[in-house]
Write a protein that binds this ligand. Structure first.
Ligand SMILES: Cc1cc2nc3c(=O)[nH]c(=O)nc-3n(C[C@H](O)[C@H](O)[C@H](O)COP(=O)(O)OP(=O)(O)OC[C@H]3O[C@@H](n4cnc5c(N)ncnc54)[C@H](O)[C@@H]3O)c2cc1C
Ligand code: SF4
Length: 574
């Protein structure tokens, strides 16, 4: 537990201080206004804190929230380190800081803090980006304890996004609109720099070791890092994943150092190798900025501004800008507009899971995930859109291979090992290895989304749900993409070295290609007239009845083996 002193409220410990870790009294410069800063809003650059340098800061550290799901230890350490360093930075800036921590949910800790501080009127708080936190805190808004104000950490607004057009929202249309409105990489007539809005086609090179991929920075051990390391091991010992606090940015300066590294070492090569995968470098030329960006330790405005100022090839510059003002903002709007995939999906609307899921943790570990506290009112297990179940595909439970049981499929095992080592992997490994295999196996999209949520330290519902439910598994149909992102072994081999040393041979013994054909056959009725898939569906139609039976048999054997935690072998597929 973080050192705490002071009055207890609702099983919580609270501390108010102005400077230094040992101070207990309220600041001599008592703030006129207290502001609630949620764990993913760690910035003084925007919002109520930016406008009032004397405003006091209320922060909460809820054990219930951190143990609601079996989150990766590295994610917990990232949250604890950044929140505590942020509190110290606010004190250093002369602010009073009131930290409420304890077993109770966030909602109770905030209510207790409001009472303790005797705050007159509602505490302002930037509108939570996470739907789950908004739902949990809604009663406090109704009670007059909290007042949500605009979240100023985004570069775009709901007006940029607009209502759902016929056939669904598309990232490229949104991205163009935003580029024009913000005047980013456009000339005076509104034409795109370089003659094209996207250089996606230049982002698909395989990486064979040249140029050398940079090693991500490490951060020196501090007293706080030692404390957090011990605390995560002791208090969150049942959580999975490798803990490596030296890999985590904690202070604002750490984030700036990480970003400087990304600008210098990654961005010049970001474009061409954006879609590459390698077992020799987990990160390649990706910036690794998402964990701290999603905590607002750095703002997207700064990322875009710095990248625009770089003298690098346009495919690198545009490729990165597209991820930040295109994909990142787009998925947030999709999540908001569909209320977390709960409405507006038509046929694909699904039921809501009653409780936060454990993502298959119990099946893998043999013991149920036991949250430490009752789940607060308003929090559920998220939407379960079900496009995949319109065909004859089933809801396969997430195989233990995603928790580290060897699958025999080298691409999957290499990526999963990296995720449990780092709580992060880059985009293409998420989409074309993890998402692809889960989709081909017809894994329950909700369970897959929960797995990404617990395993990745940059995961929050607004970003993980669109990427998993909307993009990777296509379980919300055409709401945000035109087709499922699935592939056979040819793509995985083409994009890197993951197949080297695999017991299977891509294009011959590898089961992923027959699984791909089997998936397309199963969903032929739904995908047959999709114009974006006409070529591949034409090939499906040409497959003989015997080929289709063979494809289906391979898919069934792989699914059965993996669901039972057994590796796939060449013999088993004969
Ligand atoms: C199945 C799946 C799950 C994902 N889950 C998450 C998640 O939980 N949290 C998360 O932040 N990203 C998620 N992504 C998006 C993307 O994979 C990560 O943002 C990216 O890999 C983070 O690494 P990076 O910072 O090195 O990114 P870079 O490759 O350096 O890209 C720069 C930034 O662009 C943004 N970005 C790029 N693509 C996306 C995208 N599709 N959606 C949102 N932002 C994007 C991120 O903020 C990222 O930091 C997911 C993608 C997939 C396919
Ligand atoms: S051969 Fe198949 S299973 Fe093995 S790494 Fe390549 S794509 Fe994956």
């Amino acid at each position: 537990m973080h050192p705490v002193r002071g009055p207890c409220e609702a099983g919580a410990m609270a501390r108010s201080s102005s400077k230094g870790t040992g101070a207990t009294a309220a600041s001599p410069h008592a703030p006129g206004q207290w502001v609630l800063v949620l764990p993913d809003q760690l910035t003084q650059e925007v919002g109520p804190l930016a406008r009032d340098p004397r405003a006091g800061v209320v922060m909460v550290e809820s054990r219930e929230w951190m143990a609601r799901r079996p989150y990766h230890r590295q994610r917990l350490a990232l949250l604890l380190l950044n929140a505590r360093e942020f509190a110290a930075e606010c004190r250093a800036a002369g602010r009073s800081v009131h930290e409420a921590s304890g077993e109770a949910p966030i909602v109770e800790l905030v209510r207790g803090a409001h009472r303790t501080l005797g705050a007159v009127g509602p505490l302002p708080c930037m509108q939570p980006a996470e739907r789950e936190v908004r739902a949990e805190l809604a009663p406090l808004v109704a009670e007059g304890v909290l007042a949500f104000v605009q979240h100023e950490g985004w570069m775009t607004t709901a007006d940029d996004f607009g209502p759902m057009p016929r056939g669904g929202w598309r990232m490229d249309a949104f991205y163009r609109r935003v580029r024009k409105r913000l005047g980013i990489m456009v000339d005076a007539a509104g034409r795109p720099e370089g003659g094209a809005w996207s250089f996606d086609a230049d982002n698909r090179e395989r990486w064979d070791g040249v140029p050398a991929a940079p090693e991500p920075p490490r951060f020196p051990m501090t007293q706080l890092r030692r404390e957090v390391e011990r605390e995560v091991q002791e208090r969150f010992g049942a959580h999975p994943g490798t803990l490596d606090v030296g890999a985590l940015p904690a202070t604002r300066q750490d984030t700036l150092d990480l970003w400087t590294w990304a600008l210098r070492e990654c961005l010049p090569h970001f474009g061409p190798f954006e879609d590459a995968m390698s077992s020799r470098s987990r990160g390649l030329f990706h910036s690794r900025i998402s964990p701290v960006l999603n905590l607002l330790r750095i703002l997207p405005h700064r990322l875009v501004q710095d990248v625009l100022a770089l003298d690098i090839p346009i495919a690198c510059r545009e490729g990165f800008v597209r991820q930040v003002i295109g994909w990142r903002e787009f998925v947030k709007h999709v999540h908001d507009a569909t209320d977390g995939f709960r409405r507006g999906l038509g046929e694909a609307d699904g039921p809501i899971a009653p409780q936060p899921g454990d993502a298959g943790f119990a099946r893998w570990s043999g013991s149920p995930w036991r949250p430490t506290h009752a789940t607060p009112a308003g929090v559920d297990g998220g939407a379960r859109p079900s496009w995949a179940r319109r065909g004859d595909g089933g809801a396969t439970p997430l195989p233990p291979a995603f928790w580290g049981a060897p699958s025999g499929l080298r691409c999957l095992d290499v990526v999963v090992d990296g995720v449990w080592a780092e709580s992060w992997s880059h985009h293409i490994s998420r989409l074309m290895v993890l998402g692809n295999l889960a989709t081909l196996l017809e894994v329950d999209p909700r369970e897959l989304a929960d797995w990404f949520w617990v395993a990745y330290m940059d995961a929050w519902d607004w970003v993980v749900e669109p990427n998993v439910l909307g993009m990777a598994t296509y379980s919300s149909g055409e709401v945000m993409t035109t087709k499922p992102y699935v592939c056979g072994s040819a793509y995985i081999r083409k994009m890197g070295d993951l197949c080297d040393g695999c017991r299977f041979t891509p294009g011959s013994t590898c089961p992923i290609t027959p699984m791909y054909w089997a998936f397309l056959s199963r969903h032929e009725a739904a995908l047959g007239d999709n114009p974006r898939m006409s070529l591949v569906m034409g090939s499906v139609r040409k497959r003989s009845a015997q080929q289709r039976r063979d494809d289906a048999r391979v898919a069934t054997v792989v699914r059965e083996l993996l669901v039972h935690g057994k590796p796939v072998t060449v013999e088993a597929l004969r």
